[in-house]
Design a protein around this ligand. Sequence first.
Ligand code: WTA
Length: 655
Amino acid sequence: MEETKKGRIEALLHEDRRFAPAESFTANANWKDPSIYEKASSDIFAFWEEMAQQIDWFKPWDKVFEGESPNFKWFSGAKTNVCYNCVDRHLTTWRKNKAAIIWEGEPRHSRRVLTYQDLYREVNRCAAAMKRLGVQKGDRVALYMGMIPELAISMLACARIGAPHTVVFGGFSPDALRDRINDCGAKMLITADGAWRRGNRVPLKENADEALKGCPTIDKVIVVNHCVDARDVEMEGYRDVWWHREMDRSGNTVVKPEELDAEHPLYILYTSGTTGKPKGLLHTTGGYLVGVHTTTKYVFDLKDNDTYWCAADIGWVTGHSYIVYGPLSNGATGVMYEGAPNHPHRGRFWQIIERNQVNILYTAPTAIRAFMAWGKEFPEQYDLSSLRLMGTVGEPINPEAWMWYREFIGGNKTPIVDTWWQTETGMTLITPLPGLVETKPGSATFPFPGIEADIVDESGETVPFGGGGYLVLKNPWPAMARTIWGDPERWYDQYWSRFPGMYFTGDSAKRDEDGYYWILGRVDDVLNVAGHRIGTMEVESALVSHPAVAEAAVIGISHAIKGQAIAAFTTLVSGIEGDKKLIEQLRQHVAEKIGPIARPEKLFLTHELPKTRSGKIMRRLLRDIAEGQIMSDTTTLADPGVLEQIKEQYEESGN
Ligand code: WTA
């Protein structure tokens, strides 16, 4: 069985499979004229200026673009408001009573539909409450919730009054929440009494209480009553207020959207990097909106009568750009789902698609691989014929998963857009356009119009077609992050210093003979576990914060469903004897410090770690051991005997 599977993947990889755009797309796609690529690259600023016409501005720009790396400004001098564009402007059209958000809760029958008029009312009431509770333009607001409409409403309310939000993924620990709040100095926190996940309540309020023991900047906490009886929730006298009471108090107050500079901060989103401390990428108003509006419309070929479902979590950038801002600014109907794909059964996604007649689905390769493992009998029970386009994002998709997605979810007809991008880029940058690009399973195909990507070698020289190297971007795009909050030096060092004049993505990629891009993965110390970015240093810091641990080295190992999983090699403080129980405790410790997504899949106790003579841990050797590969160069190792020892221990542990 294993052999057949392997053989099949190889066949897929070597077979030159191509899928031409479906006829329905060549005839009707939002973009079906191939000259768009040439037109955009001949004058990228004119191109983005044209795209910007789809946004409503209170005041036009003086300049489309100014600055040089690493500081850029888009649409300087212009004034707009993202919330106005996502909500208010639809009310003067027939979309007023169109569904903006169709929400499905995890518990079986919960479901809410908000029209654009509903969204307008709720956003205004929330904005009024925030103002009443002391939030002013420029103040930061942290949002720590599950996937409930109140999260989107809060984000839009923040955008309305010009208070940048920082959404903290509901799966993060109190420590992670505290660090993020303190890094950006948030004044308010909006959270909930819980979030449903596989039938269990994630204790968001309790986590928030724990985090807030060390957050002096937080004045007020608004709590959404979602999971339990409100009387059972402990509220902190002066600090905590109920969302429903505050919304009631707001009545039908209308809060005028602030006329904000195009470069006014819209949000800060933390993501893992190569150090132990996550970095807060800052996204601003005008350019970001132009970028996400344009890509949503053309990559997903979004039409007014589509039901669109991005199944990501709003805690990550995909949810910001392609659940909230991109779709709403286009006046789309979006599905939002609270829970897990396998609760209460493994057909949950397909049931949601059938029930809502979803036309466009956007999800991650890790989810597709899980669906494959569960078997086609689950999707087969549902009518998925409404699907006309499917997307993937977050990690490289193996051709086998791509083909399975196409065959069993897309009925062998639905085109797939594999979209490459990052928290930093704000919008999709390498992706097929469904009416124009012939796809190859596993390839993100070509840069979006106006984007100049390249693959370069160590010295920054272009690698010819057929070769691989570092993925870089050579010209700016409007939705790019502007800096790392509070750390402009790191912004420069991390992205702009390695190859002068180019943005360094941290990814490696290859280009085939036809110029198609194939993303290979990270080349830095960032792991991609089930589509989530996790820094090896973050996990290492979490491990060494345990009193039993002296040193830790963390690497990524291949995992059939998650793509990558975390393996940790740990040495203990002398005098402490390790056993199975301690291993479990250490894994749990990481989950508590960061969040369950960072729990190491494997943890090994070793007497020593392989180091260079200058004391640097040689992770690549650990990677070789874990992947069962022939050792790469070991000559710089201080004590070559250490490796043999680790290898033995690793093998003894049953690997
Ligand atoms: C990876 C998620 C291959 C990549 C939007 C990138 C991908 C990192 C793809 C960013 C894709 C994202 N194919 N790899 N289609 N999309 N990646 O910031 O390594 O959470 O650098 O943004 O995910 O992850 P982030």
